[in-house]
Design a binder for this molecule. Structure first.
Ligand code: HEM
Length: 492
């Protein structure tokens, strides 16, 4: 009896051992790298390099060890990480056509389902992006309403700043102001800064971006079949997106009710017209689902990036008051105190432009860019990249590339000025990424940054609360933002 149960136990152990060995063999077979694949650190069976960290600090360290192109594995997915101006440009621009698609993220796919602009691929992405660019241009530049919206919003923001008594955190006011700009283009209205519902929506959007970078949420993408049954922060991400989607659906319904084919007030109106025009081109995806996700894309991408860029600009102006004064001197000289800044002033304000560009460079807003999918076998930097590989281009490494910038780790507006004090463009200025899939809001963002920044510094001098040091430390993974801070204002 004892012998039999010992044999049973041995058998159970051998079966278990056999299963483990079998799984390991299958795993190593499936994950064997092709010849001449970029090198990388040793990866744990099944989990891969999840504990290496998925942030630009970890990738900088690995680049120092393995070179400007290396690979890691996240669960069963191989990623190639590319750094430095030359190689990043090769992926995004020179060989851009091989890297236009996005890999599928199981978590984001719960909401986006391959729709919209930022997460779609192929023909649908091309058509959706083309339409969005054309209509942002039409409502922004064509109708010339955007500059007026921006100027009006700058007035509201300055008034709201004026009403603050003592040191305050400018985050929510700035967030609301820039959300109103993209909101005016997309759904044709603005929200007052004390609208509790809108503030709540914006808070959810911020929370989602913070959570999306955490390891616990990234694990969902490795084992969606497991994590979708477990509680965790991915539930908050999904819930927040669901709330945003309901808000946008309500706006779209209202537009449908009083839609006029001869008067398109905003992006949603124009898109509704396009649904009928393109009903025979099903692959292009002009339908309500895509409208919802495209508006979500524009609203989300256009709000957090702008809020954070303006917050960085305030932080650097507090840290370097002498540079703030030089910007104010230029404002005084070109605009004065009796009219609002306008876009035509940009050409006459090289120093201010240089300061805004340098803030974007050093602020390093989207350090790892959005990932790309390789759509045909190719080679980069002498290494083989097979079709289906996810490629991460570290914009951070370009914005701090020691072969491109004179003082890469220092805030130095001279990077963007020539010896005569004229503004000069720099090839390695990649905060918006580059190539055919670079940021589609770049022109809008530049316009907004200039108008908000100059309007604020025209009206106020900005300093930290007495006795407080200004911190240049950042937080976040996908979007790097300043740590929460307070400002003090002196009216000018
Ligand atoms: C300072 C502000 C901004 C920065 C630094 C920024 C940066 C970026 C970056 C790095 C990407 C990824 C591009 C790639 O995959 O190569 C991107 C994509 C995108 N951005 Fe921006 N962005 C900014 C403002 C805006 C604004 C104001 C809008 C609103 C119109 C916007 C809309 C988008 C959209 C829709 C995409 C997805 C494009 C696609 O996948 O084809 N962005 N942005």
């Amino acid at each position: 009896m004892l012998l039999l149960s010992a044999l049973d136990w041995l058998d159970a152990k051998s079966v278990l051992l056999f299963i483990v060995v079998f799984l390991l063999v299958v795993h190593f077979q499936r994950n064997r790298n092709p010849r001449n694949f970029p090198p990388g650190p040793w990866a744990l069976p099944f989990l891969g390099n999840v504990f290496t960290g998925f942030d630009y600090h970890a990738f900088n360290k690995l680049a120092a060890q393995f070179g400007n192109i290396f690979s890691i594995r996240f669960g069963g997915e191989k990623l190639v990480i590319v750094s430095g101006y030359n190689l990043v440009k090769e992926v995004l621009v020179t060989q851009g056509d091989c890297f236009l698609d996005r890999p599928v993220s199981p978590l984001f796919d719960v909401i986006f389902k391959g729709n919209g602009i930022s997460m779609s691929s192929g023909y649908k992405w091309r058509r959706q992006r083309q339409f969005s660019i054309a209509h942002l241009k039409y409502f922004g530049e064509g109708k010339r309403t955007l500059e007026l919206h921006c100027q009006l919003e700058c007035t509201f923001l300055c008034e709201a700043f004026q009403q603050e008594k003592g040191p305050f955190n400018p985050l929510h006011l700035i967030n609301n102001a820039v959300a109103n700009i993209i909101g005016s283009l997309v759904f044709g209205k603005r929200f007052d800064y004390d609208s509790e519902d809108f503030q709540n929506l914006l808070r959810r959007m911020q929370q989602t971006l913070m959570l999306a970078g955490t390891l616990r949420v990234q694990l969902y993408d490795i084992c969606p079949w497991l994590f979708k049954h477990l509680p965790g922060p991915h539930e908050i991400v999904i819930d927040n997106y669901a709330t945003l989607v309901s808000f946008l659906k309500r706006e779209i319904e209202k537009h449908k009710r009083d839609w006029d084919p001869f008067d398109h007030r905003d992006f949603i109106d124009a898109y509704i017209g396009q649904i009928d025009k393109k009903k025979n081109d099903v692959e292009a995806g002009f339908n309500i689902d895509n409208l919802v996700i495209s508006t979500l894309d524009l609203f989300e991408a256009g709000t957090e990036t702008m809020t954070t860029s303006l917050r960085w600009a305030l932080v650097y102006m507090m840290k370097y008051p002498e540079i703030q004064e030089k910007v104010q001197e230029e404002i005084e000289r070109v605009i004065g105190q009796f009219r609002q800044p306008c876009l035509a002033d940009r050409a006459n304000m090289p120093f201010t432009e240089a300061v805004i560009h340098e803030t974007q460079r050093i602020g390093d807003l989207v350090p790892l860019n959005f990932p790309r999918l390789c759509t045909r076998d190719t080679s980069v930097g002498g290494y083989f990249i097979p079709q289906g590989t996810t490629v991460v281009t570290t914009l951070s490494s370009v914005l701090h590339d020691e072969t491109e910038w004179e003082t890469p780790h220092q805030f130095n507006p001279q990077h963007f000025l020539d010896e005569h004090g004229r503004f000069r463009k720099r090839e390695a200025f990649f905060p918006f990424s580059a190539g055919k899939r670079g940021c589609l809001g770049e022109q809008l963002a530049r316009m907004e940054l200039f108008l908000f920044f100059t309007s604020l510094l025209q009206r106020f001098s900005i300093s930290p609360p007495p006795g407080q040091e200004v911190s240049l430390e950042n937080q976040g993974i996908f979007i790097l933002s300043p740590k929460p801070f307070h400002i003090c204002l002196k009216a000018r």
